[in-house]
Design a protein around this ligand. Structure first.
Ligand code: ADP
Ligand code: ASP
Ligand code: MG
Length: 417
């Protein structure tokens, strides 16, 4: 039998009863002969509370101390799960990021994993049959020895990185849904579970707003060829038949997927804001004069449109940034106003991005047209469009997001029968 990583998200470890349920899932895999490393998130709501405490203590706080505070949520659950496993007769110990260690960059609050040495865990599987319970979300920056965290949702990334480090045959992501759906099942009850989804598609889904997996975890899975299986932690461990495949979604190489839909999924994000700069000079270098100051301020610009100039001298430029960065972005542009030279600037935070995703789009022209027609039939105005090989995104008024997602879900025949 092989080696497994089992990752449990916040709702799956929300209280002691659920942690006991997790312990039974782990025991089931150990009994089946697997060597298991478990990765846990903080209890549901715990990280939000810790983040809020940091803000309350001081709006402008030291990012290293923020990490010290927010990493504590995972320390609690890893210890509790090790206790629950021991109580269930399973040999287990907890590991904090700094103990393993999980070495990361120094980007506190959104650090990247650089290296994990899995050999000690493998040795303990062999010599002691010991289950490793690893705190997700956290690591250490070796040069300073300080605790780091990987950004919200980062336990998914910890799990995939641990799976690569111990050469696990699969990384099971246990969560509060039983797989990856064609769109968020909380918004569209008729969303369908996908049996398989390609890494590239999951990467787009995640970066365009689907919360189910952290973006970075999919990048890592792709690079290290880790097979990721998303499944429900709410199934009773006792009800799972070890001889039949459980319900869930395998995130894998495109080559493994036989039946390809044109559109695989729909994602949406409300973390968007739009900035329009009117009557800017239409001359070489003007885009650089706007986006340069934004890049310097570390603000990511997403969708961009520049209108055709009517008189050849002035034009309008519209782009989007994360909603949380809107005021910083406006600040940066207003400071650079003399160099840019524009008449008027306006901002709108009540916008959202809706995207259709599918590798089948590469071979099928006209996919975007169905999207535009569907939205126009519903009277929804498209403010900005951006496309890539396997996705089309549109920016619309936030109030129409749910309507748009449901209409597109039907238009691309993704609804369950
Ligand atoms: P965890 O705490 O286990 O990490 P998350 O809350 O981070 O869980 O992610 C699971 C949630 O992702 C689901 O409850 C669901 O609402 C949301 N979600 C968004 N898009 C999708 C999708 N396409 N498929 C499945 N879940 C999705
Ligand atoms: N607890 C962290 C968060 O809420 C990490 C995670 O759950 O993946 O963002
Ligand atoms: Mg998550």
């Amino acid at each position: 039998m092989g080696r497994l990583v089992m990752k449990f998200g916040g709702t799956s470890v929300a209280d002691i009863e659920r942690i006991r349920n997790v312990a039974r899932h782990v025991k089931r895999e150990v009994a089946a002969g697997h060597e298991v490393a478990v990765v846990v998130s903080a209890m549901a709501g715990a990280t939000n509370r810790l983040v809020e405490w940091c803000r309350e203590a001081s709006a402008l706080h030291d990012a290293r101390e923020y990490d010290t505070v927010v990493a504590s949520g995972e320390q609690v659950t890893s210890g509790l799960l090790a206790i629950a496993l021991q109580a269930a007769g399973v040999n287990a110990r907890s590991w904090q990021g700094w103990q393993l260690p999980i070495k990361t960059s120094d980007a506190h609050g959104s650090a990247r994993i650089l290296d994990i040495n899995g050999e000690e865990l493998i040795k303990r599987f062999k010599e002691r049959k010991e289950v490793a319970v690893v705190s997700g979300f956290q690591g250490i920056y070796p040069d300073t020895g300080r605790v780091t965290t990987l950004g919200r949702g980062g336990s998914d990334t910890s799990a995939v990185a641990v799976a690569a480090a111990i050469r696990a045959e699969r990384c099971d992501i246990y969560t509060d849904v039983d797989g990856v759906y064609t769109t968020d099942p909380r918004v569209v009850p008729r969303a369908r579970r996908l049996d398989k989804i390609a890494f590239e598609e999951m990467l787009e889904m995640a970066s365009l707003g689907a919360k189910v997996m952290q973006v970075r975890s999919i990048e890592l899975a792709m690079v290290h060829q880790v097979r990721v299986f998303v499944r429900s932690s709410f199934d009773k461990p006792e009800d799972i038949d070890p001889h039949t495949a459980p319900p869930g979604t395998l995130i894998c190489d495109e080559a493994e997927i036989m039946e390809q839909q044109v559109v695989t999924g729909i994602a949406f994000s409300k973390d968007e804001a739009q900035i329009s700069i009117r009557r800017v000079q239409d001359k070489p270098g003007v885009a650089a004069s706007i986006f340069g100051p934004l890049a310097e301020a570390n603000i990511n610009v997403d969708m961009i449109v520049q209108n055709v100039s009517e008189d050849g001298r002035r034009t309008d430029l519209t782009f989007t940034v994360a909603r949380s960065e809107l005021s910083r972005a406006l600040d940066a542009i207003e400071k650079a106003a003399p160099q840019i030279g524009y008449k008027e600037i306006s901002a709108d935070a009540n916008v959202a991005k809706v995207s259709i995703i599918g590798i089948g789009m590469r071979a099928h022209p006209g996919v975007a047209q169905t999207m535009f027609r569907t939205l126009s039939d519903k009277g929804i105005n498209i403010q900005v469009i951006s496309t890539s090989e396997i996705k089309v995104s549109v920016l619309i008024a936030e109030e129409y997001v749910e309507l748009a997602v449901r209409a597109l879900h039907s238009a691309y025949e993704l609804d369950t029968a």
